[in-house]
Design a protein around this ligand. Sequence first.
Ligand code: PBG
Length: 322
Amino acid sequence: MTPIIRPRRMRRTPALRRLAAETRLSPAELVLPLFVREGIDEPRDIAAMPGVRQHTIDSLKRAAGEAAEAGVGGVMLFGVPETRDAEGSAADDPEGILNLATREIAAEFGDALVVQTDLCLDEFTDHGHCGVLRGGEVDNDATLERYAAMAVAQADAGSAVLGLSGMMDGQVAAVRAALDGVGHEGAAILAYSAKYASAFYGPFREAVDSQLTGDRRSYQQDPANRREGVREAELDVAEGADIVMVKPAMSYLDVLSDVAAMSPVPVWAYQVSGELAMIEAAAANGWIDRRRAIEESLIGIKRAGADAILSYYATEVAGWLR
Ligand code: PBG
């Protein structure tokens, strides 16, 4: 038998494969998450996230500068405060570590990079939950007030895009109203719409010194639910989200694809700490080719429908793409 139709024709040479590629990656659509820790003199390695560090303000600036130099689209800042309390007061304190760092990074790199901030309470509360507790439960509506205050503080500090990662109902509408009420109509909202209660956030707990003892299953989504991811994105769009996100990425590519098919706003995905940790551990053992695995993971996320990707590999990959 001699086949008439031969798909292999288009795979024959590197030049043909390059021209035929359906999906491409570019530095501008990558966002680098960065951690800044209060009260340290030297950056600290995060054991469970090889290559990722908790930064001082100075080393944070260097990392942001390298990202900008490589053409990365933006940074997402996470703060690790020295002291925590039940309400997470450092989150909306203008002198709190995240707001302080945002002010510095926005002033220095605000034109070259889209400076973005994580808007959630878990790094700031002494119990490690993403909201305030009332009677042992995370109280949705009391938490919205805290998010509103946090949003204003972050926008005041110069954050261009607020990453709402707390999974409270009505958080987009509450934050939008608070921002508009004080003249921050220009601050955009990135809604972590379909955020699943995932084991792949494990290494991130070390990155932010998380105080959490239980889990987040009463507010983050059940990994079993696909339709619900689309519903969460619909609600966030209706509440005024400028971008919707699916997180983690690799285990939720079906949800990402569904959301990409329905969303009228850009759809982003987050390649989370555990996704990095798996690649690094396997590569360190010589079990996979590190660079190929990183490139394949990112192209897979794009192929599924992501317009941009948050990845700890952003700067390194941007360098490869040059
Ligand atoms: C919440 C937040 C988390 C991550 C991003 N924002 C932790 C969580 O929800 O438990 C995880 C990111 C990662 O694992 O890389 N502030």
